[in-house]
Write a protein that binds this ligand. Sequence first.
Ligand code: C2O
Ligand code: CU
Length: 474
Amino acid sequence: MLTRRDMLKLAAAGGVAGIVPLEQIAAADDPVPPAESTPFTAVMPIPPVLAPARDNQCDRYDITMRTARVEIIPGLLSTVNTYNGLFPGPTIVAQRGRAVRIRQTNELSVLTGVHLHGGKVPAAHDGHPTDTIAPGASRVYDYPNNQSAAPLWYHDHAHMIEGDNVYSGLSGAYLVTDQQEQSLPLPRGQYAVPLQIRDARVLSDGTLYYTRAQDRPHVLVNGKERPRFEVAARRYRLRIFNTSVDRPFDLRFADGSEIVLIGTDGGLLSEPVRVQSLLLGASERADVVVDFGRYAVGGSVVLVNAAALATENADVMRFDVVRTAIDSSKVPGKLAAVPPLPKATVGRNFVLAQDWTRGALINGNVYDPNRVDVQTRLGTTEIWTITNADPAGPPPNFHLNHSFHTHLADFRVLDRNGKPPAPTELGRKDVVRIPPGDTVRIAMTWSGYTGRFVFHCHQLPHSEWGQMATIEVV
Ligand code: C2O
Ligand code: CU
């Protein structure tokens, strides 16, 4: 039997459009059942921050993509694809205005390509889908970091296998920091923790198996299935990344307690917003402060996913409050100056739809890397109206959602179905959820670099299936 990966290879080799969509491959094709796992057994690790070699010009890193055997579920070993053997990859911390140069070496047996998601990066270093690294080869990416503090992430983007590659482990956090952020009294050091949250299907033999979202019962945080994490009774800053290839998470504390949202995809908000839930589509990020000081030492609180299917366990992870600690942090009333966008001079419409015979479409088209779909002039501010033309369907309906993402330009969400955006959609964004029937308007300025950049659905089975297009900035 051909696996999905075989089919993708065939499609790529023959240039054939119309690969079989992930949604039409049931996990039942695989005879091995998913692994049982007991929640809150594994301890959540914090991916190490990679130490650069520094010189006058930049911070240099060498990263090797290779397979590794990791313990996602206690007692089982899974073979995954990694950056430097880590699942997820190491965290990179970049200073605004100081360039980062990363040499990526591909020791895997698949094509790869690395994109810095949310990065304002010249086209030649943006990890364009067809600008790939062959097995055995390496290449250098230069990131200028001329942008505000923001929770970016780096991940694979190789044409038509980005979903497979990201699912198999090729992603990591990339935190841009700046003086403005560092001047704020927010929790820092060991009290600032990234949570990279995704789903998975781990088979009882340990295999990390790529299949559609409704057949992925496991929830991983920083690479461990429903882990626990020991905290002090004080404030923490949590940078939450939805790194699932296509599942939205609606994250809440089981006791309904407050979450202070301080930033979104592209950086800090102008002021904090108090929320009880964080609805994050694929690749959206939320920067939050949580006060575990409201719990007694010895207590614990579970983070749950209110968007889990009725058949799924909603637990994501558990925070165990194990000690007291001095807390001089606070969340100031003013966080950052989010500059207003200039007045838009161009408007465009994009319709997202699926056609099981042709692919996932943008304005009726399947992605063609040789086609320029839209052109704009450097510095132009535009308003994009994006509609999901598919009707809502009963659960499991993950595939009916879209998660719209632009390279190069951050955007602001102007409105959703004519109404103001949700708190998690305030500020500087680079991904926005487009559920069935919704119309969302976003505005952005195409500045920084000329060249060809992609915009696409960040439900990666959709981008693999053609839901991607090219904007050329001239
Ligand atoms: Cu997060 Cu085009 O990617
Ligand atoms: Cu989509």
